[in-house]
Write a protein that binds this ligand. Structure first.
Ligand code: MRU
Length: 335
C-alpha cells in the first residue's frame, strides 16, 4: 500500500521492519510529504534533527501512529551524527527536541520513551524499525476486528485522515474499510473535508480513491444534513490520545460528529492502536490540546483566530472502540 514512513538505506533499500534492518548500515528517515498531496506524491529523506522536527510540525508527516514511527526513525537517523561514545549523553537532547514538535498525539512520547532506553545507534535503529513493524501489525489487526462493523451497502462517515497516510500502513479507522473492500463488500465512505488543513478532502479522499473505495467528500458543515438524509450508518474515526476512561482526543470536529451521531441514533466508533492510549491520564480534560498558527484559518490579518487542532469526545458518546486486541463497548477502563 502506501509507504508513509520508512527507513531508506544508503543503497536506496526501503525498510519497514526490524529483521530487514539488521546490519544494513547508515540510512535516513523517508516520509511522504503530505503537504504536497493530493497534487504530488513526493518523498522526503531526512537525517537532520531540525528538519525532522520541522516536518512533523508542518504536518509533512502526521497522524498519531505515523508521528510516533517518524520520531523513532528520525531519532535513529539523527543519532548517526552523534559520536558513538556520546550516544547516551546526546540521545535525550535529540529526543527532547522531537518531543517538543507536537503535544497531543501520545504515540510520539510513547515511541520516544522506547527509544530512550536503547544503548547505542544499532539498538536504536532496531527499536525504531520494531516500532514501525508493530504499528503495521496493529493496524492490520484493527482492520480484522473492525470489519465486523461494515455491512454491505453502508454509508460510513469519517473525519480527518486515519488511514495508511496516518500510520505505518492500513490506518486505524480506514483499516476495517480496506479489509471490507478486500472481501468485496460494497459501501460508501463520506469523508469530511476537515478544516482548516483539509486532511479529509486532500488525504482520505486521495487514499480511498487510489484503493478503489467509493468515497464522497463533504464539507464539515454538511455532516448533520447528510445524517438527517439517512446516508450514514456508522461513524468511524481515529484518535490522537485516549484517556484511561475512554475520553478521546481526535481532530477538531470529531466531538461535534459524536454529538450529531447520538442525536441521529448512529453508532460512533473510535479505532486506535493501544499505543494511543494514555492510561496515566484519568480523563480527557487532562489531554494537552495543540493550538496551531492563525494563518491556517485564513482570516484577515489582525483578526484574532482561535485554532485548536483537536477536541475531546467524552466517553459516553462513544459506542465502541477498536484496538489491535478487539472490539470493546463501554464502560471503557484502560488502567
Ligand atoms: O493533525 P493531524 O493530521 O496529525 O491529526 C490527525 C488525526 O486527528 C487523526 O485522526 C488521528 O491522528 C488518528 S490517525 C490514525
Amino acid at each position: 500500500m502506501l509507504e508513509t514512513v520508512r527507513w531508506i538505506t544508503a543503497e536506496g533499500e526501503v525498510l519497514a521492519g526490524a529483521k530487514e534492518g539488521l546490519n544494513r548500515g547508515p540510512g535516513k528517515l523517508r516520509i511522504i510529504d503530505q503537504t504536497q498531496l493530493p497534487s504530488k506524491l513526493v518523498y522526503l529523506e531526512l537525517d537532520d534533527i531540525d528538519e525532522i522536527c520541522a516536518a512533523i510540525k508542518r504536518l509533512s508527516v502526521r497522524g498519531a501512529p505515523a508521528i510516533g514511527c517518524a520520531a523513532a526513525l528520525g531519532l535513529a537517523a539523527a543519532a548517526q551524527h552523534v559520536d558513538a561514545e556520546e550516544f547516551s549523553e546526546k540521545i535525550h537532547g535529540l529526543a527532547d527536541q522531537l518531543a517538543a514538535s507536537r503535544p497531543t498525539a501520545v504515540n510520539l512520547f510513547w515511541a520516544l520513551d522506547r527509544c530512550r532506553k536503547t544503548k547505542n545507534r544499532e539498538e536504536l535503529l532496531h527499536e525504531a524499525l520494531l516500532i514501525l513493524e508493530e504499528d503495521i501489525q496493529r493496524c492490520r489487526a484493527i482492520g480484522e476486528h473492525g470489519v465486523k462493523l461494515i455491512q454491505e451497502g453502508m454509508g460510513i462517515l469519517t473525519h480527518c485522515n486515519a488511514g495508511a497516510l496516518a500510520t505505518g500502513d492500513f490506518g486505524t479507522a480506514l483499516s476495517p474499510m480496506y479489509v471490507a473492500h478486500s472481501k468485496n463488500r460494497r459501501f460508501t465512505v463520506y469523508s469530511d473535508e476537515t478544516r482548516p488543513l483539509l486532511q479529509g478532502s486532500r488525504l482520505t479522499a486521495w487514499e480511498l480513491q487510489r484503493a478503489g473505495i467509493d468515497v464522497v467528500t463533504i464539507c464539515d458543515n454538511m455532516a448533520a444534513q447528510v445524517m438527517k438524509e439517512g446516508k450514514i450508518d456508522l461513524v468511524l474515526v481515529g484518535a490522537d490520545r485516549i484517556a484511561a476512561n475512554g475520553d478521546t482526543a481526535n481532530k477538531i470536529g470529531t466531538y461535534g460528529l459524536a454529538v450529531l451521531a447520538k442525536y441521529h441514533g448512529i453508532p460512533f466508533y473510535v479505532a486506535a492502536p493501544t499505543s494511543t492510549i494514555d492510561a496515566s491520564l484519568e480523563h480527557g480534560g487532562l489531554i494537552p490540546i495543540e493550538q496551531r498558527d492563525a494563518a491556517e484559518v485564513g482570516a484577515p490579518e489582525g483578526v484574532w483566530v482561535y485554532n485548536p487542532a483537536f477536541d475531546v469526545t467524552p466517553n459516553e458518546l462513544i459506542t465502541g472502540m477498536i484496538t489491535e486486541n478487539g472490539l470493546y463497548g463501554p464502560p471503557f477502563k484502560f488502567n
